[in-house]
Design a protein around this ligand. Structure first.
Ligand SMILES: NC(=O)c1ccc[n+]([C@@H]2O[C@H](COP(=O)([O-])OP(=O)(O)OC[C@H]3O[C@@H](n4cnc5c(N)ncnc54)[C@H](OP(=O)(O)O)[C@@H]3O)[C@@H](O)[C@H]2O)c1
Length: 265
């Protein structure tokens, strides 16, 4: 299964977030049926359109997720944890959702962040959020599912005339400031939703920024211009090889082994 077209049902993880709620809107506008994973139904009812079906779950509790993924053709991840939650939320959401899927097919769009491959001091290997976001990317690549990974620049730091999307690869913008790139939340949502139905977006990883100019209406040529991630690689095609697997946390290496051995999921 390469691309998922409307009116299939998709799951949004992080649906009540600042990008996730726009993903829900964009997906509904594109004709998808949308299931929104939420922690607090009453709060979500105030935030999300009535057309979205709400399913209560917590990404840190694997047992709450099988019902959320049951029967969906696609999953869009826009979640994010607070301080100290990188392992359990930023990584855990992808880990637990993929394990809840249990090898069933689904097209995945994962939002991480520009600069996710910036080097990490050995002493902070398990503390840095970007390390766990990068591990979530690695687990998704290893899963064998069709995917697109979008690493946006700084949300809504764009000027009013800055809407021409630019897809980059290699993650070499590393100041950790808006100088690395900026993009509107609405456009991030559009790219994530468009990736699901684009065969050209499969197994692609991109940094997403905007420059001065008008927004493109067709994103397929942008996806098609990207190099694919190699089928056996944990990192994106042009990423720097600066996080050796041997030094990664044992729990992550166990997850990798489990995701690549369907019988043990
Ligand atoms: N700001 C930037 O410029 C920028 C740039 C690039 C990337 N990013 C990354 O983008 C990510 C998301 O950003 P955002 O502004 O959309 O975040 P946000 O508004 O804080 O939304 C986070 C979402 O994750 C959900 N969530 C958190 N913990 C959960 C759990 N245990 N179970 C289920 N859902 C959970 C939240 O649900 P609740 O509503 O229930 O809390 C919410 O829907 C962040 O991690 C950030 O690192 C940010």
């Amino acid at each position: 299964m390469n691309a998922v077209a409307p009116p299939a049902e998709i799951l949004v993880v992080g649906a009540t977030g600042s990008v996730g709620r726009l993903v829900v809107e964009e997906a509904l506008n594109s004709g998808y049926r949308v299931r929104a994973l939420v922690r607090d139904r009453a709060r979500a009812e105030k935030i999300l359109p009535v057309q979205a079906s709400l399913i209560v779950g917590d990404v840190t509790q694997l047992e709450t997720l099988p019902a959320a993924v049951d029967g969906v053709a696609g999953i869009i991840f826009t979640h994010g944890g607070g301080a100290g939650e990188a392992r359990d939320v930023d990584y855990g959401a992808v880990r637990n959702t993929l394990f809840a899927l249990g090898g069933r097919p689904a097209r995945v769009a994962l939002m991480t962040a520009i600069g996710v491959t910036r080097p990490i001091d050995a002493a902070r290997l398990e503390a840095e959020t970007r390390g766990w976001k990068r591990r979530s990317e690695r687990l998704l690549r290893a899963s064998g599912l069709p995917y697109t990974i979008v690493r946006p620049g700084w949300f809504d730091y764009n000027e009013a005339n800055q809407h021409q999307l630019v897809f980059l690869q290699g993650d070499r913008r590393r100041t950790g400031t808006p100088r690395d790139g900026v993009v509107a939340r609405r456009q991030i949502a559009q790219v994530l939703v468009a990736s699901l139905s684009s065969a050209a977006a499969d197994r692609k990883t991109l940094e997403l920024v905007a420059e001065q100019g008008a927004a493109q209406t067709d994103l397929d040529p942008l996806f098609a211009s990207l190099a694919s991630d190699p089928s056996d690689a944990l990192d994106a095609v042009r990423d720097q090889d600066n996080l050796p697997l041997a030094g990664e946390p044992a729990s992550f290496r166990e997850d990798l082994q489990r995701i690549t051995q369907p019988s043990s999921r």
